[in-house]
Design a protein around this ligand. Structure first.
Ligand SMILES: *[C@@H]1O[C@H](CO)[C@@H](O)[C@H](O)[C@H]1NC(C)=O
Ligand SMILES: *[C@@H]1O[C@H](CO)[C@@H](O)[C@H](O)[C@H]1NC(C)=O
Ligand SMILES: *[C@@H]1O[C@H](CO)[C@@H](O)[C@H](O)[C@H]1NC(C)=O
Ligand SMILES: *[C@@H]1O[C@H](CO)[C@@H](O)[C@H](O)[C@H]1NC(C)=O
Ligand SMILES: *[C@@H]1O[C@H](CO)[C@@H](O)[C@H](O)[C@H]1NC(C)=O
Ligand SMILES: *[C@@H]1O[C@H](CO)[C@@H](O)[C@H](O)[C@H]1NC(C)=O
Ligand SMILES: *[C@@H]1O[C@H](CO)[C@@H](O)[C@H](O)[C@H]1NC(C)=O
Ligand SMILES: *[C@@H]1O[C@H](CO)[C@@H](O)[C@H](O)[C@H]1NC(C)=O
Ligand SMILES: [Zn+2]
Length: 910
């Protein structure tokens, strides 16, 4: 390799003119076709973590132009050695270079116009340091378990907009091109990329360095290109059962190999399941899974080289809970679903992020449902997502899942649970309203038709519409794209009101946007949705039939619906079986009371689908908080819970009640606590004792319901629960016999009861052991301490740590402490006092969560102007203050307007 001489890019030296092109999107004049990328990686010590590279880009001209505008950021580009030739051999000269920092553009102005008929080749040499923030081409390290020496490694995280920090490129998802990657590195390391190595040669000048060329990669978006240079150990998995018998290898630190077996085996099964379901052959011949010590996200779906944060890839049944294993498997399935949704079929632009995240999440759930039926995780995932969605989308500051994004920051901000989950629920809604046959036909056509291309959401609607037409179903007549756009292009969701005419047998339905805060409600909000209406009658209730019988149109006024099967006046009528569509329903009071009577009947409450039972609770509590219904009625419904044995309705009820409970103080707080203790007692009463054989089962669908029962019973002081916690966490063994799925609850309770020895024991282990997966639980348990000075010393220790793997647990510790009202104000104080440090160490999302809790629940009495003053210059705090004070205003409104009624209704049960 030729030695390069570098010039620093300087805006002033280069041009002296300001960029005339200021839009965040690249001009559309050029289309890249092929990248040939060579990267030489140096990892020889903490001062020598860098790379140098050369990219050759072949491109086509779609419009005559005098400039080449592409992305580059934080790269030192060797301007003098940039070369531009046409494929017929003529050279072009670059007259000047401009850098647009805002858009992250690197613009080369040319002496001559590039011609439509020609193809061109651009060659750019560049270099940079390996990134230290887990983005772009970044460096990570781990300590050798024997020698304690640091091993360095380098890996990529290009999604969403970091490829440009690793090499100059046209970094937009629709600009797909083929890639050939050649990696240079010291021969002690392994190099990986999306495709297998083709051949290796020794480096001309650097001793013991090699250049390994990888096979060409199929046309792909830049954010999915990946490579890594590392010294990890590999474990082969059985070849997967896919058409191409894909070879799977997984790479990780030697010390965690044993703990990787579950996911190493699960991944190829997930891939082949999805291949069969989607009926489209996975086109690559190998997949490497790389478990990295640090990762910006938990995993990344790079085509053929899927990366994971190590703690999300390994699992130890002896010390970790079943739920975390399910979450990890769900992540794996999600990443492999991306191999079709995102990788094979790309999104045109980041506004439609949901269009790859929604299907990947939903198909991930379907994968688990099929491969791990014994977990019963499918309905649980759906119910969790529904709860999160119905909660988040009822505030006035939410945004549509499909929305315009015009800078790197807002692209990154799209990656929220809200977008993933609403996206997944939207895909589920399509599935339920079209039925299996049309839905899967439509999805398969969509994948097949758009493979190696990029799409917008209209392409999905179109494929579904055509499938409905071909299959001749009633859905063919629905304007599907208008219908679905109303859910993805709008924020919020509707409340459908159903008023029955019991004598004439028809119902009147209308819709309005549902919002929590009457104060924040925009009276002129005219949002409306296309709402599928499917009714279920009490006596002929078929909760499996989810295809719509009627539509509530948008725009459209109130609608009178003449039912096909008219329920008799003393039977209830229910809308939206299995909550197949994402709206709330309010009924007239008479209908509500009939539903409640059925819930309160031992023989019949199960006639109502469990997802609807959970949703009825969620809806009625929400409607009571907005004065649409009374708390008296809502508590009448909660009376049914003692006979409920399933997790979902309980979970919903407890989640909603706990959020309200956090707002109470003094006497109201005591009444609430007493109520909750009584409410959960019957659920707890059905749980086996901690030392029973049944609770030792490591994997069982009952674990989740037992955990909920133990957690809440101990939290609200059910005597037996607290007694068990204290008893089984005493002695020098600290209750290692407590079954792993309940250990965190027992520890938290015991520490909460003032078990100092246990606190010190857990803290000691936290500080001296490095098992990341359990540290999260330990930090949470330590946050249960009732003694703030004890807790404070732990919090200070965390914040003073310089390594991210230690200080990151501050979030878990304070989240846990904020849940405990008596230490919450002091914890809030700690957070605000250390705001400068937090602002540097934590993400904007984490800080938002903390602010919403401490300000929303009034754990600090400071007013907005005081906090603004105190937090001046701390951007991540300043950014979320407004939302947090809105939350406080909403909660205070509820306290003044509704709390009295809530407590009055609740008091009847004390
Ligand atoms: C580069 O060329 C494109 C296409 O001709 C044009 O739209 C854009 O404004 C130009 N950019 C600059 C900085 O001149
Ligand atoms: C890239 O960013 C790092 C950290 O901000 C900085 O030290 C380095 O100088 C930057 N390099 C270039 C070429 O801009
Ligand atoms: C890493 O992030 C910090 C804080 O967000 C920033 O100040 C620093 O420049 C970043 N470093 C690199 C190399 O990007
Ligand atoms: C490469 O490995 C050999 C043998 O393990 C070792 O002696 C040498 O120091 C290593 N070189 C580098 C650059 O890590
Ligand atoms: C890679 O790991 C092996 C053992 O795990 C070690 O002998 C070797 O020196 C390591 N090489 C580098 C470059 O760290
Ligand atoms: C029910 O419908 C009948 C027939 O349209 C009408 O006469 C009656 O007033 C309605 N009842 C109520 C309570 O609206
Ligand atoms: C919808 O119907 C309910 C119940 O009859 C009524 O209270 C509400 O005002 C109606 N809303 C609209 C927008 O018509
Ligand atoms: C949301 O509601 C709050 C009051 O609850 C109000 O102060 C705020 O301006 C509203 N925000 C928007 C975006 O409408
Ligand atoms: Zn994803």
């Amino acid at each position: 390799m030729r030695e390069l001489s570098y010039y620093l890019v300087s805006l002033l030296l280069a041009t002296g003119v300001l960029s005339s092109y200021n839009a965040y999107r690249l001009p559309t004049a050029l289309k890249p076709q092929h990248y040939d990328l060579r990267i030489l990686t140096h990892l020889t010590g903490p001062d020598e973590l860098r790379f140098e590279g050369r990219v050759k880009i072949d491109f086509q001209i779609l419009q005559e132009t005098r400039n080449i505008t592409l992305h580059a950021k934080n790269l030192t580009i060797d301007e003098a050695n940039i070369s531009l030739t046409s494929l017929n051999g003529s050279n072009y000269s670059i007259t000047n270079i401009e850098v647009n920092e805002k858009c992250e553009f690197y613009i080369m102005h040319l002496a001559e116009k590039l011609q439509l008929t020609e193809r061109y080749r651009l060659i750019m040499p560049f270099k940079s340091m390996l990134n230290a923030n887990d983005t772009g081409y970044y460096c990570s390290s781990f300590d050798d378990s024997v020698t304690k020496q640091a091993h360095y490694l380098a890996a990529t995280q290009f999604s969403p907009t970091y490829a440009r920090t690793a090499f100059p490129c046209f970094d937009e998802p629709h600009l797909r091109a083929t890639f050939r990657v050649t990696l240079g590195y010291h021969k002690n390391y392994t190099g990986l990329s999306n495709t297998p190595v083709n051949k290796c040669v020794v480096h001309d000048t650097l001793e013991d360095y090699v250049w390994c060329e990888h096979e060409p990669l199929l046309s792909t978006s830049t954010y999915l290109v990946a490579y890594a240079v590392h010294n990890l150990t590999s474990v082969p998995a059985r070849p997967s059962d896919t058409v191409h018998k894909v070879t799977f290898r997984s790479w990780m630190q030697p010390k965690v190999v044993e703990e990787s077996s579950f996911l190493v085996e699960f991944a190829p099964k997930a891939l082949s399941y999805l291949e069969r379901l989607l009926e489209y052959t996975f086109p690559l011949h190998k997949v490497d899974q790389l478990a990295l010590p640090t990762h910006k996200f938990s995993a990344m779906e790079n085509w053929g080289l899927v990366t994971f944060k190590q703690s999300h890839f390994v699992h130890n049944d002896e010390v970790e809970m079943q739920q975390t294993k399910e979450n990890k498997a769900s992540t794996v399935a999600h990443e492999y679903a991306h191999q079709w949704f995102g990788n094979l079929v790309a999104i045109k632009w980041w506004n439609d992020l949901w269009l790859k995240e929604g299907p990947s999440t939903y198909f991930g759930y379907l994968t688990l449902k099929s491969l791990m039926p014994e977990w019963g995780s499918f309905e649980r995932s759906i119910a969790n997502d529904l709860a999160l969605f119905f909660y988040q989308d009822m505030f006035n500051d939410t945004i549509a899942i499909s929305r315009s994004v015009n800078d790197s920051k807002s692209i990154l901000e799209q990656f929220t649970p809200y977008v993933y989950k609403k996206g997944s629920l939207t895909i589920r809604m399509l599935h339920m309203l079209l039925g299996n046959d049309v839905f899967f036909t439509g999805i398969r056509n969509y994948v097949d038709r758009h493979a190696y291309d990029s799409v917008a959401q209209s392409d999905l609607w179109q494929a579904m519409q055509e499938a409905a037409v071909v299959k001749g179903t009633s859905a063919a007549a629905i304007p599907l794209s208008t219908v679905m756009d109303s859910w993805t292009l709008q924020r919020g969701y509707p409340l459908v009101s159903v008023i029955r005419n019991y004598t004439a047998g028809f119902v009147r339905v209308n819709q309005t946007r549902f919002m929590l805060a009457t104060a924040g409600e925009d009276k002129n909000d005219e949002s409306c949705w296309w709402i599928p209406l499917t009714f279920v009658n009490q006596l002929h209730g078929d909760f499996e039939q989810t295809q719509p019988q009627f539509w509530l149109e948008c725009p459209g006024a109130e609608k009178t619906v003449q039912l096909i099967n008219i329920p008799s006046p003393d039977e209830w009528l229910m809308l939206n079986p299995q909550v197949n569509s994402i709206y709330r329903v309010n009924y007239d009071e008479r209908n509500w009371r009939m539903i409640i009577d059925t819930l309160n009947s031992d023989d019949h409450f199960r006639d109502i689908h469990v997802l609807n039972r959970a949703q009825l609770v969620d809806d009625l509590l929400a409607l009571a908080s907005t004065k649409h219904q009374s708390y008296e009625l809502a508590f009448r419904m909660l009376e049914y819970l003692p006979r409920e044995r399933e997790l979902l309705p309980w979970n919903t009820a407890i989640e909603v009640l706990n959020k309200l409970g956090a707002l109470f103080r003094d006497e109201m707080a005591m009444k609430f606590r007493l109520f909750m203790r009584k409410l959960v007692a019957p659920l707890y009463g059905r749980c086996p004792q901690i030392n029973s054989v049944e609770l030792r089962t490591k994997s069982s669908p009952s674990i989740a319901v037992y955990r909920l029962a133990y957690n809440q019973a101990c939290r609200y002081g059910v005597d037996d629960c607290v007694r068990q916690a204290v008893r089984y966490t005493q002695g020098t063994e600290y209750g290692t016999e407590v079954p792993v799925n309940y250990r965190d609850i027992m520890y938290c309770t015991s520490i909460g009861q003032g078990n100092d020895m246990l606190f010190h024991f857990v803290r000691e282990r936290f500080q001296n052991l490095t098992a990341d997966a359990i540290k999260e639980a330990w930090a949470t348990e330590l946050g249960c301490s009732p003694d703030f000075s004890q807790l404070q010393s732990f919090l200070d220790y965390l914040l003073q740590a310089t390594d991210k793997t230690t200080y990151s647990y501050y979030i878990q510790a304070v989240t846990s402490a904020l849940r405990r009202q008596h230490v919450a104000p002091e914890t809030a104080d700690h957070i605000l006092k250390h705001a400068t440090i937090l602002n540097n160490k934590f993400s904007s999302k984490e800080i938002k969560m903390l602010l919403l809790t401490i300000i929303g629940n009034s754990y600090t009495e400071l007013e907005e102007h005081q906090l603004r003053q105190q937090l001046k210059g701390l951007s991540k705090f300043e950014e979320h203050l407004r939302e947090a004070f809105n939350m406080r205003a909403i909660n205070r409104d509820w306290l003044t307007q509704r709390a009295e009624y809530f407590i009055r209704a609740l008091s009847k049960y004390l």
